[in-house]
Write a protein that binds this ligand. Structure first.
Ligand SMILES: C=C(O[C@@H]1C=C(C(=O)O)C=C[C@H]1O)C(=O)O
Length: 355
């Protein structure tokens, strides 16, 4: 193509960008007005079910080159900026910066929000409970390591609601300043990350070197940068954060290593039409009650997607996910019958059946 042809195409792009900017600013003027209405009514800024509907509508009417993921990526960023224009809100997440939970938070709240890295899951709940942050992001389960007890314990204790789930593919890297594997004498990482990469470590002969568990994979990257002869198993962003060179990517043993995160806040979602509900159930050693309970779900035609038992302060409880919203009639009936046993944790847009 001639120079002139390229210039002509770029001129067309410039014109479109000008129009886009004008349109997006027009959208933000209306978003601002929505913010004013919500400020008067006390309504919540983040409405995941409304965002989901917008993306679904746009995907359906779309006739151009963009696919669903592209539409989603563009609009999730627009929504995040919109919410920031309505009211800038803090998001507390299980830190440190560069953690997988940080990545999960960024997929929902975009690059413009203000993030607070917090050192423990309990700390994240506390920040939201005391209104220092509007949202908290915590891991709930990993496909290799199961449920995260601290999150279940906090969901039991605090009266916050799950307002969204985020499912993230977890990839680990081996990052180090060493040029060769045989120069690596010790590896820093989080205990579960060592487990998730066991086969890889064996295959490259790093199963016998010293493995030092630390609080986070980001800390691991920090230590590995400082100490000669050491490496870190950490996330891509963690390595980047400390400019630590990556020697191997995607070193996890299973290629479907996924983590599910919850976003918690102090409000409840309206129905989206594609919802999941989470509850905790406690039965005081009454014989046969679990079977009766599950039979009632079955009779009501509710599809259970997860049931996990968990021990808390010596008592056995169940963490249960099922399809539907708290306000669905058939679910209301079960909630009424078992109101003394159920703690409602939240109804939210369903991202996947399971991880
Ligand atoms: C503008 C609103 O607030 C937020 C931003 C949205 C948007 O940018 O379209 C949609 C839902 C909310 O998370 C709204 O509730 O309509």
């Amino acid at each position: 193509m001639s120079e002139e042809g390229l210039k002509n195409l770029r001129d067309q792009l410039d014109k479109i960008d000008n129009d886009l900017l004008e349109l997006i600013n027009k959208r933000m003027d209306i978003v601002y007005q929505v913010g004013v209405v919500k400020a008067h009514s006390g309504g919540s800024i983040y409405r995941p079910e409304r965002e989901k509907q917008i993306i679904e509508r746009l995907t359906k009417m779309n006739e151009g080159r963009l696919n669903k993921s592209a539409i989603e990526a563009l609009f999730l960023e627009i929504f995040a900026i919109s919410r920031n224009i309505e009211l800038p809100e803090n998001i507390a997440f299980l830190g440190p910066e560069g953690s997988f939970t940080h990545q999960a938070a960024e997929t929902r709240f975009g690059a413009m929000s203000s993030y607070l890295p917090i050192g423990s899951i309990k700390g994240v709940f506390r920040e939201v409970n005391t209104k220092k942050a509007r949202f908290g992001v915590v891991p709930i389960e990993n496909s290799s390591n199961g449920i995260v007890s601290d999150t279940i314990n906090c969901l039991t204790k605090y009266n916050l609601k799950i307002i969204a789930e985020v499912i993230l593919d977890i990839h680990h890297t081996l990052a180090t300043t060493c040029d060769r594997v045989k120069d690596i004498k010790r590896i820093y990482s989080k205990d579960i990350a060592f487990e998730q990469c066991r086969k890889f470590l064996e295959n490259v002969g790093l199963d016998e070197v010293e493995h030092i568990p630390v609080e986070s994979t980001t800390k691991a990257a920090k230590y590995a940068l400082k100490e000669k002869g050491s490496a870190a198993i950490c996330s891509h962003v963690g390595a980047k954060l400390y400019n630590l060179p990556i020697l191997f990517e995607n070193i996890e043993d299973k290629d479907n290593n996924r983590t599910r995160f919850f976003i918690v806040s102090d409000f409840e979602n309206a129905k989206s039409g594609n919802d999941k509900t989470s509850i905790l159930v406690k039965f005081e050693n009454k014989k046969g009650i679990l079977v009766e309970f599950l039979t009632d779900f079955d009779k009501a035609g509710v599809n259970l997607t997860k049931i996990k038992s968990h021990i808390i302060e010596g008592h056995s409880i169940f963490f249960i996910d099922f399809d539907g919203h708290k306000e669905d009639e058939h679910i209301q009936k079960i909630f009424d019958k078992y109101k003394d046993n159920i703690k409602f944790l939240g109804s939210y847009v369903k991202e996947a059946d399971d991880i």
